[in-house]
Design a protein around this ligand. Structure first.
Ligand code: NAD
Ligand code: ZN
Length: 352
């Protein structure tokens, strides 16, 4: 049995920074599962929480353990839990839907009106243990390696975006090759998209975009990306835009390079409202536009599992540092400089 306290990376008060603290191991209710965290990955959102930006200040109520991308082993289950047992290797959907609002009732739980996010609204996984409602637990197929299991949350964002419309045999532009854009490139490739163009301003990420399967990587600061993509597609433009940057000019360029009748799936989050030519880019273009939020529960998880089992995804180039929780300030500063891919914390000890 675990001792009564555990280590956790906490936001102790509503201010910039974080702290590793000793806190009680979460108590679980009858329908909860306690998971011993094996690996937890850092998301861009965690960086916002660390720096305490406007969004964090409006949303979070410290003290809070943050972190929402992880895998681990079930330690203990509540009295009413079935289908999950101690020793199971698991990850989890960290968006908890209420199951009763209108979107939930019509099968769109990822758009729940009353969603609570573990790691944002409740204690998260940057800790030795995390409490998860049993219905949110995802048993990980044994063929999926541990480091992949730790990033199913953002991989799910990528899979949800890529598979929100036809993809096989489609030409694709991915705007923004951060971790999720890079995964989207790899998923689109595995699903038969061709050719794939990636737009990215960061040189290290441009290199990774190539490694992850982009046919052509464009630096929008060096060449006119719209002109280049049109040239490379016989003047047509691409069938599909996957917007993964949240940057205003990338969004504008992405829509400009979308062919008439094309599909745009938008995941990137802008920091403020952006200017946009609705008539030229959507109406006269007859574009189909999808806003993408989270992962479909649990369709995306099923699709992602099958893609991983097929062995067609290679996400290894994304990973670099493995760190103990105590190295959080190094981890956040590496991420901030855009020098890292996915950094993994090992709250229960970094493997040799
Ligand atoms: P990230 O910030 O690491 O990646 C964004 C990338 O876009 C960076 O590599 C950046 O260099 C690049 N970029 C910036 N300006 C650009 C430009 N003008 N042209 C081309 N590239 C440009 O973020 P991430 O973790 O990969 O996530 C991608 C986006 O998705 C972010 O905006 C994030 O907030 C958002 N997100 C949305 C959801 C959702 O449910 N909708 C979930 C997770 C993340
Ligand atoms: Zn709901």
């Amino acid at each position: 049995m675990p001792s009564a306290t555990m280590k956790a990376l906490r936001k102790p008060r509503p201010a910039p920074g974080a702290q590793v603290e000793s806190v009680p191991i979460p108590e679980i209710g009858a329908s909860d599962v306690l998971v011993r965290v094996r690996a937890a990955s850092i998301c861009g959102t965690d960086l916002h929480i660390y720096h305490w930006d406007r969004w964090s200040a409006s949303r979070l109520r410290p003290p809070l353990t943050f972190g929402h991308e992880f895998c681990g082993v079930v330690e203990k289950i509540g009295a009413d839990v079935t289908g999950v047992a101690p020793g199971d290797f698991v990850s989890a959907e960290m968006h908890i839907a209420d199951g009763v609002c209108r979107p939930c009732r019509v099968g769109q739980a990822h758009l729940c009106r009353n969603v609570k996010i573990i790691g944002i609204d409740a204690d998260g996984c940057f800790a030795e243990f995390v409490r998860i409602p049993a219905q949110n637990i995802w048993k990980v197929d044994p063929s999926i390696p541990e480091h992949y299991a730790a990033i199913l949350d953002p991989l799910g964002n990528a899979v949800h975006t890529v598979l929100s419309g036809p993809i096989s045999g489609q030409s694709v532009a991915v705007t923004g090759a951060g971790p999720i854009g890079l995964m989207a490139i790899n998923v689109a490739r595995a699903c038969g998209a061709t050719p794939i163009f990636a737009l990215e301003v960061n040189p290290r990420r441009r290199e990774l975009a190539k490694t992850m399967g982009a046919d052509e990587v464009i630096d929008p600061a060096a060449v006119d990306p719209v002109k280049r993509v049109r040239e490379a597609t016989d003047g047509e433009g691409v069938d599909v835009l996957l917007e993964m940057s949240g940057n205003e000019s990338a969004i504008q360029q992405g829509f400009e390079m979308l062919r008439p009748g094309g599909r745009a799936s938008l995941l990137g989050i802008t920091s403020q409202p952006v200017e946009f030519d609705l008539v030229a880019d959507i109406i006269f273009k007859g574009a189909t536009v999808y806003g993408i939020y989270g992962r479909k529960m649990f369709e995306t998880w099923v699709q992602m599992t099958e893609l991983l089992k097929s062995g067609k995804l290679n996400l290894d180039p994304l990973f670099n540092e493995r760190m103990p929780l105590e190295s959080f300030s190094d981890a956040f500063s590496l991420l901030e400089k855009g020098q890292a891919g996915k950094i993994l914390f090992y709250p229960n000890g970094v493997p040799a």
